[in-house]
Design a protein around this ligand. Structure first.
Ligand code: FES
Length: 249
């Protein structure tokens, strides 16, 4: 399979970036986009050229580390699939692939296709703890959670934090990510502790670094975990709940 690649090259956060053209004529349809980049890098190393930097970890669609734009779309053309799981059979022989970092004001480029997504971690830092003594962990079977609630919480806990939702959003909003975390944390018994405080801090942090949501829906279209667009409603719902019931409820 012959592919024409335009791959982003940027030496550092303050350097000018540009696309570098690479022609590959021995790609195979079973390769993932990341494996295609490995293949390019192997050729570059052999030719004593600087390989391209890109992020990956599990390569199984679990960790959310792989983040690229392929032909302008976060992760690539496949719907709800992370870059590590998108295969070249999605393309035709002779196609051009434009591979670049996920683009958002909140994601500064570190090098080539590696971006700093720590703004998402800061949203989680604001909500991922309780400040009251919670005692030892209770027996699991003393905490009853009905099946429907458990399923809903787990569906939203499936968010892998890749940040594709932000890169796909014309406003650079993180409402799908933040909403998914708010839904999953607020539905389970231990997450009810300081629910209002958590929601307020997480939403405030999200609004500091990311844009507003206009319900375009591009975020849900690219989300590898299939988080539904309804998750964004949790932002206003949890904030209004905290305003009426107080931050510790
Ligand atoms: S590398 Fe872990 S989700 Fe893609």
């Amino acid at each position: 399979m012959k592919l024409q690649l335009e791959i982003w090259r940027q030496a550092g956060p303050n350097s000018e970036g540009h696309f570098e053209s690479v022609t590959i004529d021995d790609a195979v349809a079973e390769m993932s986009i990341l494996e295609l980049l490995d293949h390019v890098n192997a050729k570059y190393v052999e030719a004593r050229k600087e390989p391209f930097a890109f992020a990956s970890d599990c390569r199984e669609g679990i960790c959310g580390t792989c983040g690229l734009n392929v032909n302008g779309r976060p992760h690539g053309p496949g719907k709800n699939t992370p870059a590590c799981q998108q295969r070249l059979h999605l393309f035709n022989d002779g196609d051009t692939l434009k591979i670049e970092p996920m683009r958002s004001a909140a994601y500064p480029v570190i090098r080539d296709m590696v971006v700093d997504r720590s703004a998402l971690d800061r949203v989680m830092e604001k909500g991922g703890f309780v400040s009251v003594p919670a005692g030892t962990a209770p027996d699991a079977d003393t905490l009853h959670v009905n099946h429907q609630t458990a399923e809903l919480a787990l569906d939203h806990a499936a968010c892998i934090g890749c940040g594709a939702c932000v890169a796909a959003c014309p406003n650079g909003a993180s409402h799908l990510f933040t909403g998914a975390k708010l839904v999953h944390l607020s539905l389970l018994p231990l997450g009810k502790e300081e629910r209002g405080r958590r929601a307020t801090s997480m939403v405030d942090e999200a609004e500091t670094n990311f844009g507003p949501c206009s319900l375009f829906g591009e975020c849900a279209d690219v989300c590898p975990a299939g988080i539904p667009l309804t998750a964004v409603a949790a932002i206003n719902k949890e904030r209004a709940r905290a305003a009426f019931r107080g931050k510790n409820n």
